[in-house]
Design a protein around this ligand. Structure first.
Ligand SMILES: N[C@@H](CCC(=O)N[C@@H](CS)C(=O)NCC(=O)O)C(=O)O
Length: 216
């Protein structure tokens, strides 16, 4: 098995592969960086990932970026963990559809809620950008809510998509968005929080955050 090294920012979307690696029972080196302190823009980090983003996973030293690609890599590398459907074309395509929506539909809206000025830097535009992003996010959450009706996990059995959905739920909590209209999603998040893989990843992220805050 190649050596796997995950660069993550505590609380960021890199929690998706972090949970996935734990779920797979993979041996990996965890390398926390502080997005608040701009570690993603240091020359050393940019040499590994010119996008200046997390997650970044090194596979025997070779950089792999993008949540979806890392999910695919891990699912293929650890088939016994059943991280994504494999072998049934329709199920595989449905998983890709959901992962694509997470990565290019839901995720960028949240980015706008955290950093509206990256989308529009006109004076006094931030509140409007956030309002539009919050409206879109509410629409996305309403769709997730429907999809989760009567289901424990979004694809029936646990998959990386559930990890991605969990990250959004946590972000919504950080931003104190009104989550009262999504009882299925709330139960999904509670189920996620009970998984040993999630507990281990969150514990590591919490202690990493404390260390990063302490460091100069
Ligand atoms: N499409 C990328 C998105 C990665 C991304 O946006 N990462 C954010 C954290 S959630 C980041 O690193 N932001 C730091 C920055 O933009 O400076 C993926 O799926 O991996």
């Amino acid at each position: 098995m190649p050596k796997l090294t995950l660069y993550f920012g505590p609380g960021a979307c890199s929690l998706v592969p972090h949970i996935t690696l734990e779920e797979a029972g993979a041996a990996f080196e965890a390398k926390p960086i502080s997005l608040r302190k701009g570690h993603q823009r240091t020359p050393e980090y940019l040499a590994l990932n010119p996008k200046g983003k997390v997650p970044l996973m090194l596979v025997d030293g070779k950089p792999l970026t993008e949540n979806i690609a890392i999910a695919y890599y891990l699912a293929k590398s650890f088939p016994a963990a059943k991280l994504l459907p494999m072998g049934d074309l329709n199920a595989e395509a449905e998983a890709m559809s959901l992962l694509g929506w997470c990565g290019s539909g839901i995720h960028p809206r949240f980015g706008a809620l955290f950093a509206p000025q990256k989308l529009c830097d006109l004076p006094d535009s931030a509140d409007n950008v956030k309002k539009l992003a919050a409206e879109d996010t509410a629409k996305n959450f309403a769709m997730v809510e429907k999809m989760l009706a009567g289901k424990e996990w979004i694809l029936g059995q646990w998959s990386v998509v559930d990890a991605y959905l969990f990250v959004f739920w946590r972000w919504a909590g950080f931003l104190k968005l009104d989550l009262s209209g999504y009882p299925n999603y709330a139960k999904h998040a509670a189920r996620m929080a009970e998984r040993p893989s999630v507990k281990r990843a969150l514990e590591r992220e919490t202690s990493a955050q404390a260390e990063l805050d302490k460091a100069a």
